[in-house]
Design a binder for this molecule. Structure first.
Ligand SMILES: Cc1ncc(COP(=O)(O)O)c(C=O)c1O
Length: 425
């Protein structure tokens, strides 16, 4: 009997995978808490929450129970002209916890589509009002997804190169890394002053794909205040930062000014199923509320607000809002801080940054890049230790499910120290 791994090779094309260099995928047959278990019985610690989606551990029995209940009541129905309890309840509950000012929830399927909807909401808002604001501003090295609109507002990189002729024009401001805060804020203001900008889109506090690059709440606040001053929509892409990752429920909760639009996905269902939402203010919604049907939002997906997936999201919210989950997030953040302190003097480290449950260790290299050769060396090293990590070039990071134990964290920290020692014996 061929193994799953062998059968996979015949028929599957994997995402973000150089298929020639990495022809073999590890076949997972079971998920259990923080562990992914393969067909040979190996147990891998999922240190990156399976691409930043998992909150409470794999195959969580409570989420499974709620999904199973929903499946036998109403698995799916059209969401135009029809509605259902799970979608309404989820919207009500999200609006209670989202940054203030959010009034309506638009459902889609993933992070990229949540961003597409946000862009379309903003552009059509100005169009519906007859105001000529057509351009978007984003941060250099941003990542907002892989559909065309989301790629357009993402930094130009190897990810987007082949499509550059087809991406609409976006103004990019420098990232507000250490020493660049003022330049970044000034660049935003000068663009807002001279161009007709519809919206500013940003990953608040942490740029994930760029290598867990972090900047301060003060800078985020300054960006938002400027957008308010120049009447420009603020789109907060909380696809990665949402649901407690940065120490508060949402990264925007670290500041006073609220965005106009918030994009969520990933942790929304606790990582169990795909769902995206785009939340917006009453003002945005009202610009589409018209007798003139050309002013409605022309967007929707077949599986919009799928009830089974909404049930998973509701179950995940139950778990997320428990005191024990908040305590776990604090415990992880504290452990990360102590670990960072213990290795910060290591000469192979260029930078260590941490916010909430996210920690990133950037290693010194001559040519930092997504395809740096160190990346594969590190990936393999940690897999041998039965830890799933996907370093971003020369940057190792941890983004664990909140159910990870102190012992599991200590094991991972120990393996990282062992790797650092190999680089500088
Ligand atoms: C900030 C951000 N926005 C959008 C996306 C796209 O989400 P998805 O992969 O679900 O399309 C990602 C994915 O990593 C992300 O990190």
């Amino acid at each position: 009997m061929p193994t799953i791994k062998e059968r996979d090779r015949e028929v599957i094309w994997h995402p973000y995978t150089p298929m020639k260099a990495w022809p073999e995928a590890i076949a997972i047959v079971k998920g259990e808490g923080v562990y992914l278990i393969d067909e040979d019985g190996n147990r891998y610690i999922d240190a990156i929450s399976s691409w930043w989606v998992n909150l409470h551990g794999h195959s969580h029995p409570y989420i499974a129970e709620k999904v199973s209940e929903q499946l036998s009541v109403l698995e799916h129905c059209i969401f135009a002209g029809f509605t259902h309890e799970p979608a309404v309840r989820l919207a009500e509950r999200l609006l209670e916890i989202l940054p203030k000012g959010m009034r309506k929830i638009f459902y889609s399927d993933n992070g990229s589509t949540a961003v597409e909807v946000a862009i379309k909401m903003s552009l059509q808002y100005w169009n519906n009002k007859g105001v000529k604001k057509k351009k978007l501003v984003a941060l250099q090295n941003a990542y907002h997804g892989d559909t065309f609109g989301a790629m357009a507002v993402s930094g130009r990189s190897v990810f987007t190169e082949a499509f550059s002729d087809y991406l609409f024009d976006v103004s990019f401001i420098p990232f507000a890394g250490k020493g660049m805060e003022e330049a970044s804020v000034t660049a935003l203001e000068s663009i807002l002053q001279k161009d007709d900008i519809a919206a500013f889109i940003v990953e608040p506090l942490v740029q994930g794909s760029a290598g867990m690059q972090m900047y301060s709440p003060e800078v985020l606040e300054q960006y938002f205040v400027l957008c308010r001053k120049y009447d420009v929509h603020i789109i907060a892409d909380e696809v990665m930062t949402g649901f407690g990752r940065t120490g508060k429920l949402f990264a925007c909760d670290h500041i006073q000014t609220s965005p106009d639009i918030v994009c969520l996905s990933k942790g929304l269902t606790g990582g169990s199923m795909p769902l995206g939402i785009t939340a917006c203010t009453q003002d945005i919604f009202d610009a589409f509320y018209d007798d003139d049907r050309t002013k409605m939002l022309y967007h929707g997906h077949s599986f919009t607000a799928n009830p089974t997936i909404c049930a998973a999201a509701l179950a995940s919210l139950d778990l997320l809002l428990m005191d024990s989950c908040s305590e776990s997030r604090q415990r992880i953040a504290k452990a990360h801080m102590a670990f960072a302190e213990s290795i910060k003097a290591n000469p192979v480290i260029a930078d260590i940054r941490q916010r909430g449950t996210i920690i990133a260790i950037e290693l010194k290299t001559d040519t930092p890049s997504y395809h740096h050769s160190l990346r594969d060396v590190m990936y393999r090293f940690f897999l041998e230790k039965k830890i799933l990590m996907r370093p971003l070039g020369n940057i190792i990071y941890l983004f664990p499910p909140y159910c990870i134990s102190n012992d599991e964290l200590e094991y991972i920290y120990g393996c990282i120290k062992e790797f650092l020692k190999q680089l500088n014996p």
